[in-house]
Unconditional design. Sequence first.
Length: 378
Amino acid sequence: MRRTAARLADGREIVYFDLDDTRPQRRLDDPRELGPISTASEIRYDALLDEWVAIASHRQGRTHLPPTDECPLCPSRDDRHTEVPADDYDVVVFENRFPSFATRLEGDTPGDGAQSPAGAATSPVAVQDEIFARGPGLGRCEVVCFTSDHDSPLRKLSPEHVRLVVEAWVDRTCELSKLPHVEQVFCFENRGEEIGVTLGHPHGQIYAYPFVTPRTRRMLDSARTHRERTWRNLFADLLAAEVADGSRIVAATEHWVAFVPAAARWPVEVHLYPRRQVPDLPALHDAERDDFARIYLDVLGAMDNLYGLPLPYISAWHQAPVRIDRDLAYLHLEVFSVKRAPNKLKYLAGSESGMGVFINDVTPEQAAAALRAAVKPA
Ligand SMILES: [Zn+2]
């Protein structure tokens, strides 16, 4: 693998990950003329729920489902410059031009990205006691293009190519964790218009948050309570219980287990755990990364086979926070779909959106059996 970092015309960082390290060197310039990025993102504290909300009104103008020949994630051609100033690429990552969280906020000058304008004084922690606490929406949002082929979803890529995507996630997790205002790095993919995807090109995103996210905080609190009671790790115990029970296992390999959780919220929901407890993606060793590529392709393939059509999904990596509770955390991936039948979507309606109580129309055991039957290893 070869890694090449460069800058886009407006100062955003772009990083190429190449499978073949003997290919010609990447060009480092971007011929476009781009105005400076305008981001006015802020975070506001919800005192009732003890959670932060990001307000990013500048995102309203972002590109929405452009035709294929205007795709900003495809490689550049002679007459058309895209976000990727290269005629081809394997995997490429760059800073989002319409970020929910930004390294630089309005009025700030482009720099090394490590300094915040108001940083220390308005860090979320410092103002958490106030009713209307708010802070700058500092952090970073990146786009990960899985392939230069506009029509090849992730699950059609080779295991070697998916492994390269893993390397990109590892690299970005390491780099973003070094930013002083970043508390958690979240790698994810939204796929399908039903999920609200605004670009058809196969891609994922990475959010580097200036706080530990509410779901992670809750999971780690549960893990802490469990450890105080048992001296064991909650995630590891949960994985062991799923393996022992077996009824919800979808696929298993030497280093990974994929299962439908006992209390699945979504009609299609699969969690993938490495058998060894590690805090985050960079902590996976080579064999675990290779093995992940294979089982992930099997799981995504099974999801597409389920109804015989590409399933819209959200794929979400749960990594340890950058600074706290790393010993309690357990890296895992949660993949889920809103599709409960070939032509029926599950909506987050009254109970889910109003009260946070999910009603799942499919038993997790039925879902697991159907997915198990749909796994066709490559
Ligand atoms: Zn494209």
